[in-house]
Design a binder for this molecule. Sequence first.
Ligand code: A3P
Length: 288
Amino acid sequence: PPPMSILEVGGVPLPISSNEIWDKISKFEARPDDLILATYPKSGTTWMQEILDMIQNEGDVEKCKRAISLDRHPFIELTFPFKKKYDFEMALEMPSPRLLKTHLPSHLIPPSVWRQNCKIIYVARNAKDCLVSYYHYHRMTTLLPDPKSLEEFCQKFMSGEVAYGSWYDHVKGWWAAKDKHQILYLFYEDVKKNPKHEIHKVLEFLEKTLSEDVINKIIHHTSFDVMKKNPMANQSTVPSSIYDFTVSPFMRKGMPGDWKNHFTVAMNESFDKHFEKKMGETTLTFCV
Ligand code: A3P
């Protein structure tokens, strides 16, 4: 299939096929008990989905498995070309409590989400690893255009000319939104470093308690090595016309700092300079 068509909404390039679809998405009716997972692409969305699934099913792996990979947490916005229905339309038919995901920047979230005061978990990942992961994702999927060289992709990432727009605006927008709404703002690197601590934060946010045994089970089941072998998580059920796993696996490295294996010294210098300009003023800091 050809790459997804990109529509510019509020200055942000979104993989949405028409203004008409966007109109429907912005009128999406959230329910008060929806839990929304928001991320910039390649920031650990699938990982947090797995953690939230395990929490919802109290560590019962079999119950988690019963859900079908991509269909279990509909995107509010994503319009995959290979399905009969758009993801956000599937969400309309789901029983509560729904777990929905989105890559939308905070200013484009359907207003009903704020109106209903839904709980939102945002996961942010440091820009360099996110960029490298997004680059490999562009290489392996027909949904997105060919990224060409890493240098060329880096320029596009810095100027926000990629699907879902500027990483800088995304993480900053959600960082500001967390002071006004029920948002738990997490970092990929923290989950990697201390999953137990971050899972406890999620439990507290969801007003849920689980035994230490169940929490340990969740940590094991959502570790990179276990998820890499899990077809519900490693996306191996996605047709090969969409994902070419011979180019790159979906569960690629899962390591903070992988950017060091990709960035040249020159690229790193210009990236850092630009980063400082974009992020110098914010209280938001990342562990690189
Ligand atoms: P890499 O390409 O750096 O390996 P998303 O789900 O938002 O598309 O993010 C995908 C990224 O999260 C990939 O990063 C993937 O390997 C990583 N990831 C997925 N599951 C993970 C896990 N259990 N632990 C660490 N990283 C994980």
